[in-house]
Design a protein around this ligand. Sequence first.
Ligand code: SAM
Ligand code: SF4
Length: 334
Amino acid sequence: MKDSFGREIDYLRISITDRCNLRCRYCMPQGVDVKKAHSEILSFEEIAEIAEAAIGLGVRKIRLTGGEPLVRRGMPELCGMLSALPGLEELCVTTNGTLLSAACPFPSANAAIGHQSGIGGVTLAAALKDAGVTRLNISLDTLDPEKYTKITGGGRLEDVLLGLEAADAAGFTGTKINAVLIGGFNDSEIRDLAGLSTHRNIEVRFIELMPVGAAAGLGAGAFISSDEVLKALPELEELEPARLYRLPGAKGRVGIISPISCSFCGSCNRLRLTADGYIKPCLHSDREIKVRGLHSAELEEALRQAILSKPKEHGRLTPGHMTETKRSMNRIGG
Ligand code: SAM
Ligand code: SF4
């Protein structure tokens, strides 16, 4: 369905948990997270009901995110429920990747064929593939093990790299790597991170840091414009204007996501569903519409109103100008 400004809204991002096994400094730093109780979080049945209603209004793509979606128990089961919904064309997952190579506790018979994890079970990556997930985005901001542990508040780089292998082994294609650019932290690694696309058919995407939640406290120096990627890699060949590039001879691609220096409100096609059951028509607005507890015609009407209340654009975002939203990224679903 179209919103009030003629944009076709066909994409729903669902945060399935506010919990995470990492503590990235710009998202959910140590000490500041207050977890929601399980009873406050939508059940799988509630998520599927809302997703089905959204599909009825024209949603064709769903992305599961969080927090870390893979820390939610039984997550492949939810993927199976969603991928079975008629009309859904794509089911994607954004993950920090650290659990993709872990053993799935309750694999289906299909996933058990040929996708063994390092410790003898079926990997979560294989279980997701089997449950109908079409594509993965894996977050990785640095290739330096010590820096990785520092930025993620204790994570291990090796776990993400194993996760990437597990995704490949499970048969995922078109995997994207999300790297948030942070001044003084990983701006010296643009070439190394982009290099991941040389021999693999993946897209390495450099994302501008948004002043949401903890990131707003990192100071103006933390914001790096995605123009820096073009400066660091003058040899990039443009595939799509100002968005998609390729290193000469590379198998994969390099993407640039510039929510700050080049807002994409004009082509925004998405709604967000928070883990506690609110629709956010715009990431940067405080407006939220409660859909938990609604069913059938009431649920459909609430979703319709959410689509119609999408703002034309959000206010100016600069490192000094905070977003309007009070939620942190792990509670919105980045
Ligand atoms: N835990 C999963 C992960 O890290 O991929 C999914 C949730 S995380 C909130 C989704 C994405 O949002 C990640 O790629 C993360 O780097 C990004 N992110 C978090 N805070 C951000 C911020 N302030 N600006 C830009 N991207 C941010
Ligand atoms: Fe967790 Fe993802 Fe936020 Fe990092 S960016 S703290 S992995 S939710």
